[in-house]
Design a protein around this ligand. Structure first.
Ligand code: HEC
Length: 91
């Protein structure tokens, strides 16, 4: 998960934001984010909500189909916010 978000961040930093590659990384992140809830059986509902929130944010980022670095930076901001908010509480 960190790997794919990391690649997107690196792309923004390097100002190399290939639309196809961004979409691939977001797509993988979307698939992985689906597994976060099931990966922790028996967790409390707020955790599952946080996982669902992440999933939604990644979906939004994919739908935004960021074509350049500015768009990519904007698109992944809410995604990394949802990573942080869950980590603050549960990690
Ligand atoms: C629903 C809650 C939740 C969300 C959302 C979440 N994480 Fe985590 N993350 C955790 C928990 C809990 C751990 C600690 C897991 C453990 O210790 O087994 C963790 C651990 C990690 C680790 C450390 C890995 C390790 O093996 O210690 C990384 C890196 C990480 N998360 C990245 C991310 C990224 C990047 C995102 C967003 C794309 C994200 N996480 C979103 C709950 C979440």
């Amino acid at each position: 998960m960190a790997h794919h978000l990391g690649e997107l961040r690196t792309a923004v930093k390097a100002q190399r934001c290939d639309a196809t590659q961004s979409r691939q990384n977001l797509g993988t992140l979307l698939a992985v984010s689906t597994d976060v809830g099931p990966a922790f059986p028996g967790v409390e509902q707020p955790f599952l909500d946080a996982a669902e929130h992440l999933h939604t944010q990644v979906q939004n980022a994919l739908q935004a189909a960021p074509a350049d670095c500015a768009a990519l930076a904007t698109a992944i901001k809410p995604v990394s916010d949802s990573c942080h908010s869950c980590h603050e509480k549960y990690r």
